[in-house]
Design a protein around this ligand. Structure first.
Ligand SMILES: NC(=O)CC[C@H](N)C(=O)O
Length: 387
């Protein structure tokens, strides 16, 4: 355990002095808190956290180390990491490394030993803010200069971060069991648990770069298109919204998760807005309006779709009727959308869990059913055409 000093500075001027943790140096990002008691490996490797300094409200992190099975992507993506009391001992039969090893390997500047409860309350009162962590020599930098560096950084609103996290070239994951067909995933920051859940349901999964064009997509001729979770502001992702509008016009079945839900909302003509401090954790109650069932779900979002919670409305962009399918019960936020005249739906939360409860895996089955129905309808129309 080091006693080297580190400082965390919020853009409202609040300062916390603690110990250096992970890599040394300086990092600036949006400070957000995650209430997950477990699953730090999945949180850290979720590309949706790019650009964010993650504060863990659970005080003791690192106990189970890092293992080769649980990463959600190829690296740690958080811009910075805040832990009250990092575990000094790694104790788990699956662990091959410590959390500290990976934080250092990926150059993640962190801070420990600060009052994470006070910090979380500050974020909850003021809202998500830009923050900086300074350690090594930079911990001694003048406080005014530290604050100036924080406020000079861009805010999360307006940022398009997809290119930073997406694959550069397409990757194919074979289907398990009976093959349904090719599924095109637009990789905006996909997690490996999502790819697995889709491959397990018979899709040959094509993970495509975020820059994929509609001509490239049509050339692949997929049975369906999927938009992943990912970092950044959905309002800054115009090219992905336009691509999705082509997909909807082609009537290719569509499913989206998290960022994918926000982009479906925008493609249908709704707005998106920034939540005061977002939802990040693994025990968020969500109502499925269709069944009346309440699911406990995994969340990680700072933005949300602005659509009427009740009733069926016309898509402002002309894609027919739409309804909000799921509602977050803590604060009545849109947690899912369903189009009634084109084969498309999405959820704002994480049915793939990783980490989190598995209440919502039925959504992958719903998607599979929708794709199969669409294929049956197309082949029935074909044989009618031949008769
Ligand atoms: N996990 C996600 O896909 C996050 C989506 C978006 N970046 C948000 O913060 O709301």
């Amino acid at each position: 355990m080091t006693h080297e000093k580190a400082v965390l500075v919020l853009e409202d001027g609040t300062r916390f002095t603690g110990r250096a943790y992970g890599a040394r140096g300086e990092t600036i990002g949006e400070a957000v808190f995650s209430t997950g008691m477990s699953g730090y490996q999945e949180t850290l490797t979720d590309p949706s956290y790019a650009g964010q300094i993650v504060v863990q409200t659970a005080p003791h992190i690192g106990n189970t180390g890092m293992n080769p099975e649980d990463p959600e992507s190829r690296r740690i993506w958080v811009a910075g990491y805040v832990v009250r009391d990092p575990s000094r001992v790694v104790s788990n039969h699956r662990a091959t490394r410590s959390l500290d090893d990976d934080l250092e390997r990926d150059g993640i500047v962190g801070i420990s030993g600060i009052d994470t409860r006070a910090l979380t309350r500050r974020i909850r009162e003021v809202g998500a803010m830009r923050a900086g962590i300074f350690s090594g020599e930079l911990a001694e930098l003048d406080a005014t200069e530290q604050l100036a560096r924080v406020t000079a950084a861009p805010e999360m609103t307006g940022q398009n971060l997809s290119a930073q996290v997406s694959v550069e070239a397409g990757e194919v994951v074979p289907a398990e069991g009976e093959l349904i067909g090719k599924l095109a995933i637009i990789d905006l920051g996909i997690k490996s648990a999502t790819v697995r859940a889709l491959a397990e349901r018979g899709f040959e999964v094509h993970v495509l770069p975020q820059s994929t064009t509609i001509d490239e997509l049509r050339a692949l001729n997929p049975v369906a298109v999927f938009y992943s979770n990912g970092p950044g502001d959905p309002a800054a992702s115009e090219s992905h919204v336009e691509l999705l509008q082509h997909v909807l016009r082609d009537r290719t079945p569509f499913f989206g998760i998290c960022f994918g839900n926000q982009l479906l909302g925008r493609a249908l003509g709704f707005g998106t807005y920034k939540l005061p401090y977002g939802h990040r954790g693994i025990n968020q109650p969500v109502l499925d309006k269709e069944t009346g069932r309440i699911e406990i779900t995994a969340h990680n979002h700072g933005f949300a779709v602005d659509a009427p919670l009740e009733g069926v409305v016309d898509s402002p962009a002309g894609f027919g009727r739409v309804e909000v399918s799921h509602i977050g019960l803590n604060d009545q936020v849109v947690e899912g959308l369903r189009a009634l005249d084109v084969p498309a739906f999405s959820v704002q939360y994480h049915p793939e869990a990783a980490a989190g409860p598995h209440d919502s895996t039925y959504l992958f089955d719903r998607f599979r059913e929708m794709v199969l129905e669409n294929l049956n309808r197309a082949s029935a129309a074909d044989s009618e055409g031949q008769a």
